[in-house]
Ligand binder design. Structure first.
Ligand SMILES: [Fe+2]
Length: 266
């Protein structure tokens, strides 16, 4: 019994023929889909963890819908600060309708695990918000799964990373942390948003961020005034593998990542 799922984040799709910070994000997502087809078609499902569209336009969501239709596995979606919830729901329809929380939160039960998606996007804000109703919903979904390991996926990172973007992480994470602490076996809390790969232990919980599909950034530890460089790669997805006693997050750099070395030279 092995769980395997993919997380893609920060796709920042734009309408066809346009680019975002010089990058053709549609072409990058096509590369991600090809990587899944080539290497991860055996995954149980794929999660898109927000910032799906760069400016929340219907044309970008239509393009997303077309590209991910090629994925051979189910796709679960939540939103990020660049997304527009009503426009997204207009394009994607009832299958992705908001839950009782009014946001796009979801549970997935697979291979002995519970995976919880939380929608941390809040209209008009760049930082993330989990409403009180979502925290109540989270507590209830955790209470149902006390006998199973849990993985939480959301767009905004809750933990600070000593980087410039720490000011736009999940706002007021205390209620979130306290809710998570009601469960004895939280295996990972995985986010995008920062366009940077990181792992951390914070308040006794394991946090991970993936670089995602758009540009990446460099970092200057604890120098919030240092200008942040936008760098082009990698295009990165996370591959989460779970057995009863072990949860592993691997990273597949589907762009600029690990080309074969021909050796010996000839
Ligand atoms: Fe983003």
């Amino acid at each position: 019994m092995t769980l395997k799922f993919i997380i893609m984040s920060d796709l920042h799709l734009v309408p066809e023929g346009t680019t975002s910070i010089t990058l053709d994000t549609g072409a990058r997502l096509e590369r991600a889909v090809e990587a899944v087809l080539a290497r991860h078609a055996d995954a149980d499902f794929c999660i898109l963890a927000g910032d799906l569209a760069d400016h929340g336009e219907a044309a970008a969501y239509e393009r997303l819908k077309t590209i991910i239709a090629r994925l051979p596995i189910p796709v679960h979606i939540t939103l990020g600060n660049h997304d527009n919830r009503p426009v997204f729901l207009d394009v994607f329809g009832a299958d992705f309708a908001a839950t009782q929380t009014g946001k796009i939160d979801k549970i997935i039960d697979a291979e002995g695990y519970r995976i919880i998606l939380l929608d941390s996007a809040e209209p008009g804000r760049v930082d993330g918000v989990l409403e009180a109703v979502q925290i109540d919903w989270l507590r209830a979904r955790l209470a149902e799964a006390m006998d199973r390991p849990v993985i939480v996926v959301l767009h905004h990172n809750a933990n600070a990373l000593h980087i410039h973007a720490d000011t736009i992480r999940l706002l007021e994470p205390d209620a979130f942390i306290e809710a998570l602490k009601t469960h004895p076996d939280i295996r990972q809390i995985i986010a995008g948003h920062v366009h940077l790969t990181s792992t951390a232990m914070w308040r006794g919980l394991p946090f991970t961020t993936l670089a995602g599909g758009h540009y990446s950034v460099d970092f200057a530890v604890d120098q919030p005034q240092a200008p942040m460089r936008h760098i082009s790669g990698p295009g990165q997805m996370a591959v989460v593998v779970g057995t009863p006693d072990r949860t592993t997050v691997l990273f597949d750099d589907f762009i600029d990542g690990n080309p074969d070395i021909t050796w010996p030279p000839h």
